[in-house]
Structures are given as structure tokens and as C-alpha cells.
Design a binder for this molecule. Structure first.
Ligand code: ZLV
Ligand code: CA
Ligand code: ZN
Length: 397
């Protein structure tokens, strides 16, 4: 029917409401929703839309967000605007707005923004439940830091938790995997008391030379969920703390070894994979040195287990590389190989021209574009793997 085949017979769906693009956190804020415009343009320019089912999901409503978040928090979130915000209001502070760094600003259309990205994650979850797709993609979601009554780290509503809640209506065990450079603390915390969700996060962990912990400061190898044997969530989290500058070879080995073992032991019936692109080399906030294909190999690894899969976005602060990565990973899902030369008819070609070494191509060399020295020795990573395997032995079958 179409020019492009579905070689592996995977049915892939793409869940995206373009209205999400037009929201602004503020000009100096690193989170740029227009990276989603770039991503969509690349996906379309390679013709990937013919290989997937496309959905334009409706925004989630109050009651749907209430699946995870408190009513009081949601009421506040739904009513706050830049005009009526009172920065010294105790609620404003308590709910995570403002603060010194202003990670979570109040901007025009905030409620609309959170409803749109969450609606897309819900739509992805429903597609898996209805068996309409094997892999459902939402690049606008993946906001893993939001807590039930707290905005944190650019995240106001936790679309991941809500999508997992929907999957739990039919699936006994859901595995959550997070390759964003930050620790997936909100998802881990939301499911800390259940054995029906296993959370696995790979992230930068450590304290910098000024004494500041890398955000959010949690996720050491010893944090593996409650250790209390009476708690059903006992040892159902695994954290893989990584230091600056990890390279392709090391990360691929670490990811494949650990993830394969978790899938084998936990035997999930569905998987949610947060593919934050801030773990790439050259990311404005990240510290790792990964190339696009190494990041994408994590998606290939997970896909190879053949479980129903939701693939969602997350961080990613160098927009042209976010778009390249998520376009590549969309292709990985459908089983397509993309030409390195960018199609010449894309509307935003200019955004991909100015690179150091990536002008006009999909796969620039990102290794050490920010010159983070690799502080991870192979011996240290081997030790980390051994610790991870030991932690997994605490999980009961
Ligand atoms: O990618 O950078 O480090 C999912 C995600 O995981 C902090 N926040 C807070 C705690 C005290 N600091 C503030 C330090 C500011 C450093 C300068 C920024 C410049 C403008 C606006 C925000 C930041 C910033 N904020 C960089 N890193 C932070 C983190 C939050 C990271 C959230 C990652 C979200 C979407
Ligand atoms: Ca992570
Ligand atoms: Zn991140």
C-alpha cells in the first residue's frame, strides 16, 4: 500500500498533538518545546509517517491527571497564570514553582501544555492496551520528575506515571527504563510500594567541584526501593549512577548487560522507555559523550525483547540533536535505515547547518563536543555491573 514496508512486522504508532510546540518556558530556559517541531519535520522529511499510524490525541482532562496528582495541586496548576501568580504565596513555593533557579516557571498556556503531553502518553498507552500497536511513540512526554503534589525539574505533570497506571489495568508487571541523563525520581517514587512496576534508571550521579549534586541528587546504586521485606515494592528499583564523559562502547555494554538481566528476571508484560536525549554528547545540560546511534542502540536492545513498548521523550537541550536522535529512534522502531545526508526539502534545514561538524547530516560526531573527560574507568563500570546484579538478587520472583 505504501512505498515503505514494515520489515519486522512491527506495528508502530506516533502520538503527537502539534499544539504542544507553541508553548514557551521563557527565552533563557533550556527546555524548548519547539525541539518537537524540528523532530516532526525530520520524521516527515524522511517519509517515516508512511510507516506508522499517526494519532493527534486530545488533551488529558482534570480527572485523568487526577489518576496520579492531588486535586488541590491540579486546581492550583489549572488556575495559575503569569498574571495572577504570587511568588511569595506559600502554595506557590510548596508546589515547586519559583525558587532560586526557577526550573518550573509559570508560563502562558501551562495547563494546556501539561494536558497535551499527558494526553499523548495516555493515547500511546491505550494503543498498547487495544493491541493496535506493538510500539507507541510520544516524543512530547517523558516528564519524569513531577511528583503527585510537586512540580520539579521542568516537569509539572508526570505523564509516565499516568501511562503506567493505565497499563496496570491489564498488565501484571510493567518495566520502566529511563536513559535521560537525570535520575527518574518521580516515577521511582510513585511506584515504590508496588512490585507491579520495576523502575530502572541510568543517569549522571555525583557532586561537582562547587559542591552541588547533579540534579536531582538521588539515584545512587544503593537506592533500590524499600528494603523492608513487608513492602511489596522491595528492591523493585535499580539505579545505575554514572560519572561524566561515558562513551558509546561503555554505555552500550552497561545498558545491554543490565537491561537484559532485568528483563530476564522481572519478565515484564509491557515496557515504558523514557529516551531523554540529554545523555548525548554536546547536550547543553548533560555530561555524557554518546553519539546518536549509541543512544538509539538502547531502543534496539529493548525492542529486541518483543514486549509491548511505549517510547517517550524527556530531556534534551541541544534541539537539533534531540530532533536527530528521536528521528533516528523512530526509524529504529519501524525498522528503517536512514540516509546520513538530510533530505534537502526540510523546512528547518538551517537549524542543522550551523554545526561544528554536523552541517546537513543526520549523524554528526558528537563525541566530546563539550569536551567532558571520561571519568568512568572500565574497571569501575564492571564493579557497577556486579553491584547491579547483586541488587537484583534481592528482588523476589
Ligand atoms: O531532563 O541551568 O539543578 C526531564 C529532565 O530530566 C537544578 N535544576 C537546580 C537545583 C538548584 N539548581 C539550579 C541550577 C541552575 C543551573 C543553570 C539552568 C538554567 C536555566 C534554567 C534551568 C537550569 C537548570 N536547571 C539546569 N539544570 C537544572 C536542574 C533541573 C534539571 C531538570 C532536568 C529535566 C525533562
Ligand atoms: Ca535516567
Ligand atoms: Zn534530563
Amino acid at each position: 500500500e505504501y512505498g515503505l514496508e514494515r520489515p519486522q512486522g512491527y506495528s508502530v504508532s506516533f502520538h503527537y498533538n502539534p499544539h504542544v510546540e507553541y508553548h514557551h518556558f521563557g527565552s533563557s530556559h533550556p527546555m524548548k518545546p519547539w525541539r518537537l517541531t524540528l523532530t516532526k519535520q525530520l520524521v516527515l522529511s524522511y517519509g517515516l509517517e508512511y510507516t506508522m499510524d499517526l494519532y493527534e490525541p486530545r488533551p488529558a482532562n482534570f480527572n485523568e491527571l487526577n489518576i496520579f496528582h492531588d486535586r488541590e495541586y491540579l486546581s492550583y496548576l489549572s488556575e495559575i497564570t503569569p498574571q495572577n501568580a504570587k511568588p511569595d504565596d506559600p502554595q506557590y513555593i510548596a508546589y515547586g514553582f519559583g525558587g532560586d533557579s526557577n526550573d518550573c516557571p509559570v508560563f502562558d498556556g501551562l495547563w494546556n501544555y501539561v494536558s497535551l503531553y499527558t494526553g499523548a502518553s495516555m493515547s500511546a498507552a491505550y494503543n498498547l492496551l487495544n493491541k493496535q500497536s506493538d510500539i507507541a511513540i510520544n516524543w512530547s512526554g517523558g516528564l519524569h520528575h513531577a511528583k503527585k503534589n510537586l512540580a520539579s525539574g521542568f516537569c509539572y505533570v508526570n505523564d509516565i506515571v499516568i501511562a503506567i497506571q493505565l497499563l496496570l489495568t491489564q498488565h501484571q508487571r510493567v518495566l520502566y527504563i529511563d536513559i535521560d541523563v537525570h535520575h527518574g525520581d518521580g516515577v521511582e517514587q510513585a511506584f515504590e510500594s508496588t512490585d507491579r512496576v520495576f523502575t530502572l534508571s541510568f543517569h549522571k550521579y555525583g557532586i561537582d567541584r562547587h559542591g552541588w549534586p547533579f540534579f536531582p541528587g538521588t539515584g545512587n546504586i544503593d537506592e533500590m526501593g524499600p528494603k523492608d521485606p513487608a513492602n511489596r515494592g522491595k528492591a523493585h528499583s535499580l539505579n545505575i549512577p554514572i560519572d561524566d564523559g561515558i562513551d558509546d562502547h561503555q554505555y552500550k555494554y552497561l545498558f545491554k548487560t543490565v537491561t537484559s538481566k532485568v528483563i530476564e528476571k522481572y519478565n515484564p508484560q509491557a515496557i515504558v522507555l523514557q529516551s531523554g536525549a540529554d545523555s548525548l554528547g554536546g547536550d547543553r545540560l548533560g555530561r555524557f559523550n554518546l553519539n546518536i546511534k549509541a543512544h538509539g542502540s538502547c531502543i534496539e536492545t529493548v525492542k529486541s525483547f518483543g514486549r509491548p513498548l511505549i517510547l517517550i521523550g524527556g530531556g534534551g537541550y541541544t534541539p537539533r540533536n534531540v530532533a536527530r536522535t528521536w528521528c533516528h529512534e523512530t526509524a529504529v522502531c519501524v525498522g528503517a535505515t536512514l540516509h546520513n545526508d538530510l533530505p534537502t526539502h526540510i523546512p528547518y534545514l538551517q537549524a542543522f547547518q550551523g554545526d561544528e561538524n554536523g552541517g546537513g547530516i543526520l549523524y554528526p560526531d558528537l563525541h566530546n563536543t563539550k569536551r567532558h573527560d571520561n571519568l568512568n574507568t572500565d574497571a569501575a563500570l564492571q564493579k557497577l555491573i556486579e553491584k547491579a546484579m547483586e541488587n537484583l538478587r534481592y528482588m523476589e520472583g
